[in-house]
Each structure stands twice: as C-alpha cells, then as structure tokens.
Design a protein around this ligand. Structure first.
Ligand code: F6R
Length: 592
C-alpha cells in the first residue's frame, strides 16, 4: 500500500503543501518518498527513506510551481531504492505519475513498450503507466485521453495521479480498486488516498468510484466516467477536524489513540438508535456470518460469542481471504456482517462482492464514504475518528461497541444497554494502569516468545493481545484458546516464558485458571488479567492486572484489551521501534 496526493493551488507553492499532505499519509508507506511539480517543466525530488530524512537531504519544499503530485511508498515491486521511488516518468521526463496498487500485467506491458523503444529506469510495475501515457500522447492524444487509454491496458488495482509538461495546468487522477478521493477547497483542489491527508486544507470531499477519472485545473474539478462523459457527484462534508489527525502532545499516534478509546466507544454508543432502525428493517435470518481480517477478525470472533448468546442464531466467522473457498451455502436467509475500519481492505471487499445481493450484507466501517460503505446493503459507522497509528486500537474498540449494539438490538435485549453504557468508565480505569503496565513491559521486554490465553469471550482478547505484540514489537506471540494448549503447544512452555492469561469472572473462569496452573507447572511466568476480588487468580500469577469485579466476561472484551495494547506499545518503544510505523504492515491492505 502507498499514499498518493495531487494538488492545484491558487498562486501558492505546491511543494510545501504536498509535503504536509503526504506526511499525513506516511502510515500507508514509509520506505521512500517523492514529489513532482509542474511549471515550465516537471521537476522531481525523490529518494528512499523516511519523509523526514529525505526532506532533510533533498529540501523537498524547494520545488517550484503551484501544481504537483506526491507519493509515499510501501514497496511491492522492486526494492526500496531511489530509482524505484515515485514519481515515475516517461522516456522524455515530460510525464510524471504516482500510483497506489498493483499492476498485475506490468511485465507483459513493459516488454511490449521496450520493444517499441521505451527505456525503463526502475523495477516497478508503476513505470509502465507514464510510458503508456507517453505512447498515446505521441499519437496525438491530450493528457486526459492518453491517461484513459493507458489505464485501459492495466490489469490489477490502481489509484494514480499524473501530470505532464505539455499541459502544466492539469492534474489527472483515476482509480480502480484502490481508494482515491477528491478535495474541494477555496480555489484549490486535491486528490488523495484518504481524507485525513487533506483535512487541513478542506473537509469537502468527493469519493471516486472505480473507473472514474478526475481532472483538476484552475477552474475546478471535472469528474468523468470511463467513457469520458462528465458526471456530477455528491460533495460530502467530513466532520473530522484537523487536530483529530495530530499527535496532540503524545509521543505516538498509537498512544494518543489508545487514550481516545473511551471517547470512541462513547461516540459509537450514540449510534444505538440508528442501529435499532436498521435492525427493524431486517427480514428473519437463520444464519449470520462475520467476515473480516486481522484485528477486525478478532472483533468478529467476539461477535460470534455475542450473537449466539444474545441473538440465538448460528453464527460463524470467516477470514476474508478464506471466504471465497467457503461461501457456497450462503443465501438470502443469511446476514453477512463485514467488519473493516478502513472500508477498503481488498480481501473484505472481494468477499462483499462475492455475496452482495445473494445474502444480505451489512458493513461496520470507520471511514465515511469508503468503498465498502458504498457497496454493502446496510452500513453501521463506528465513530472512532481518524486512526493514524498503523496498529488498530480505537477502531477495534469502536467495532466491538457496534457489535454489542447490533447483538443487543437484534436479540431484543435492550436491558443490557445500561451495562454497555458503563463501559467507557471501566475503560478509564483500564487506562489508569499505564504505569503498572510500563513496569511489566520493562520486565518482559527481552522475552523471545509470548503466549496469550483465554476462553470464550476472552479468546479473541488473547488473540488480539498476541497480534498487537507481534506487529509492533516483532516478538513471536501466540494467541490460544486456553483449552487448546494441552493439545500440543504446551510443549513450548518452558522456564520463564511469559503467558498472559485473560481470566475475567464468569463461566470460563475456573477452567482457564486450571490452564494457568498447567503453564505455571511448566515454568511459565503468568501475567493474569482478572477481577480485583479474585484471590484464586492472585495466588497463581506472577503479575496481576486488576479490573472492577463488576466486569463479567461478556463485557470484558473492551476494558480487558486496553492493558494488552499498552503492553505492546511500551515494549515496542523500549525496543526502539516506532509503533506507529511497524515494518511490513500497512494501514489499509488494498492487495489480496
Ligand atoms: C492490526 C491491523 C490489521 C487490520 C487488518 C484489517 O492492528 O491493523 O490487522 O486490522 O488489515 O483492516 P481493516 O479493518 O481496515 O479491514
């Protein structure tokens, strides 16, 4: 995944604004950066490395001109090198293109273009695009038509922005299966991979659909369909403020977002009546199927336990990337619930497209106007605000909140709303454990392996704890249903191996406690999460993270995961890793 920006400004230098916007997309890719501006001729500065370092060396803001494009890269084709950094150009360096996505047929296109005499400078799939535009412009087409003809050759996914020396007043954008929005400011116009990138300049946005193209020039914005016919599109006003996308005094976005969680849950609870309305419209279902990836998959797993308990309909959970292999038996009596904070994850989108209108589909999404919200039959928005840290935190808890609300309304169990409304206050006390968690982090920061265990509602919490640790500390971690340990993995528990046991009061408590004894007997160091009144747990564990005894297992999923997020965060920082930009993970995975 990469991030792209394009802009046309009114008598202002574009480079500083492009740099500002592209820095806000750094969570989408951080191995190289580049900017191209157009004036009398295209000027480009680009290199591998983080934006801050590249800017220090190259002075990216020195580029002249009031129009331009910019890119942050997360390498897919070709190593992170200066040559492979975007923007890419044609043979004459008169056309520059930035791209997010993957061109699947680039090898075939490249070899054809090389046979026609085009000279390539990089190993990327993207570089075929400026050469294709060049070929069609050489045949007499203008930039817009040449771009339309060029993308007609592409197989795969793309969001692109292109500029040309021959038409210096234009920036062209186009998309297929990768996100692209258009920003409409006061005499200044933008294209961007997402809205937070341009929020400082405008909150008026238009969402492009697949195969649509946008032409920015000084007079405004023209949007055209794949045939080149002009179309009118709704302009949305985003209610996110620019400071929501700032660190606000915290060292990292992740820590800020962890602290914003009570607010994210409170705001999502306000969706209760909206969810109640949606549910009233539902036909009778005999099956529910959650589909999601990563952290959103863990929210779905919690959904399975909740729906079976509160709604009483058989519920299963499928990883979006596995969905196509198991979707054959779904029909109009099935509700498919797709969970995705970004609303753009390729696997989840593919699953939606497979079942839409065959089964009923409902998407739980954080990003307004994202592709999945436009295609699903029903949409529930989580109100977490923009999440910039790559590891999902507040969007996870907002997803869980939406799932609780859905289950409560579908199951006709409104009496549980009172309990749910107490969760933000439990969360605040979870956050007060930060200093204690820091001490635990210090104690276990050098561990090679970690295990997270729990049963029932606590199993997804254990899975999420393990995923957070893996992705931002690079420590090997496994999330297990505690009962599974004795079926093999117990062999891995040796002296000093940390085992995080999630043991809230409730049905699963005693059995998990027995599993704690099993791992302890094999030398594990147990970090227990449980009630402050749980003396049995206290007697077994080396470290205890205590919670209010009122929080039973069914409502533990939200407050209990917060210390696990903090544990990963502090170990990450202690290891000198930037938790906002962990390696090999992107905020929004737009490739299958
Ligand atoms: C984990 C993480 C990823 C995402 C996954 C799904 O911290 O960020 O595992 O949860 O890529 O993303 P969405 O929810 O946007 O579909």
């Amino acid at each position: 995944m990469c991030g792209i920006i394009g802009c046309i400004l009114d008598n202002k230098k574009a480079a500083p604004i492009l740099l500002d916007c592209v820095s806000r997309l750094e969570y989408r890719g951080y191995d190289s950066v580049g900017i191209a501006t157009s004036g009398s001729e295209i000027k480009i500065k680009k290199d591998k490395g983080k934006i801050e370092d590249v800017h220090k060396n190259l002075k990216l803001t020195d580029l002249p001109g009031a129009r331009g494009i910019a890119h942050v890269r997360w390498a897919t084709h070709g190593l992170p090198t200066k040559e492979n950094a975007h923007p890419h150009t044609d043979c004459k360096n008169k056309i520059a293109v930035v791209h997010n996505g993957i061109i699947e047929n680039y090898k075939e296109l490249k070899s054809k273009l090389e046979d026609e005499g085009h000279i390539f400078k990089s190993d990327t799939d993207t570089e075929v695009i400026p050469h294709l535009i060049e070929k069609y412009m050489d045949e007499g087409n203008d930039l817009e038509s040449a771009t339309r003809l060029a993308i007609g050759n592409l197989k795969g996914s793309y969001a692109i922005a292109a500029i040309s020396d021959d038409e210096p007043n234009k920036v062209i954008g186009a998309r297929k299966e990768s996100p692209l929005i258009v920003g409409k400011g006061e005499n200044e116009y933008f294209i961007a991979s997402d809205a937070p990138a341009i929020l400082h300049h405008t909150n008026k946005v238009i969402y492009l659909e697949d195969h649509e193209m946008v032409i920015l020039n000084e007079d405004g914005i023209l949007i055209k369909d794949s045939e080149g016919h002009e179309i009118q599109k709704e302009v949305f006003t985003i209610d996110w403020t620019p400071d929501m996308a700032e660190k606000g005094g915290f060292d990292h976005f992740m820590l800020k977002e962890i602290h914003e969680q009570p607010e994210a849950v409170k705001n999502t609870l306000l969706e209760s009546s909206e969810i109640e309305k949606i549910v009233k419209d539902f036909p009778k279902f005999n099956r529910i199927c959650f589909v999601a990836c990563g952290t959103s998959y863990h929210a779905s797993l919690t959904g399975k336990y909740l729906f079976e308990k509160l709604v009483g309909i058989p519920t299963d959970v499928t990883l979006a990337s596995e969905f196509e292999y198991s979707a054959d038996t779904l029909d109009e009596n099935t509700l498919v619930i797709l969970i995705t904070q970004s609303g753009e994850t390729a696997d989840t989108l593919k699953a939606l497209r497979l079942v839409n209108h065959k089964a009923k589909t409902l998407a739980i999404v954080n990003v307004l106007g994202s592709t999945i919200t436009r295609e699903a039959e029903y949409v529930v928005y989580t109100r977490a605000g923009p999440e910039i840290g790559v590891a999902a935190t507040k969007t996870y808890l907002a997803q869980l909140t939406a799932i609780y609300l859905l289950a409560i309304h579908m199951g006709g169990k409104k009496e549980l709303l009172e309990k749910l409304n107490k969760i933000p206050s439990y969360m605040k006390s979870s956050l007060q454990k930060e200093e204690h968690i820091k001490e635990i982090a210090q104690k276990y920061r050098d561990a090679q392996d970690f295990f997270f265990i729990g049963r029932g509602f606590s199993y997804p919490t254990a899975m999420e704890g393990a995923l957070k640790l893996k992705e931002i500390t690079y420590i090997h971690a496994e999330g297990y249903a505690s009962g599974e340990l004795k079926h093999g993995p117990l062999a891995l528990i040796d002296d000093g191996v940390p085992v995080v046991a999630v043991v809230p009061p409730g049905r699963s408590h005693d059995k998990t406690l027995s599993n704690v004894e099993e791992v302890k007997a094999r030398g594990a160091h147990v970090i227990g999460l449980g009630s402050s009144l749980d003396d049995d747990l206290k007697a077994e564990v080396h470290d205890l993270i205590e919670f209010d005894d009122e929080i039973d297992e069914m409502f533990s999923s939200i407050p209990y995961v917060i210390p696990l997020q903090l544990l990963s965060y502090y170990i990450s920082v202690m290891k000198g890793i930037d938790p906002d930009k962990p390696k090999n993970l992107a905020k929004c995975v737009t490739v299958e």
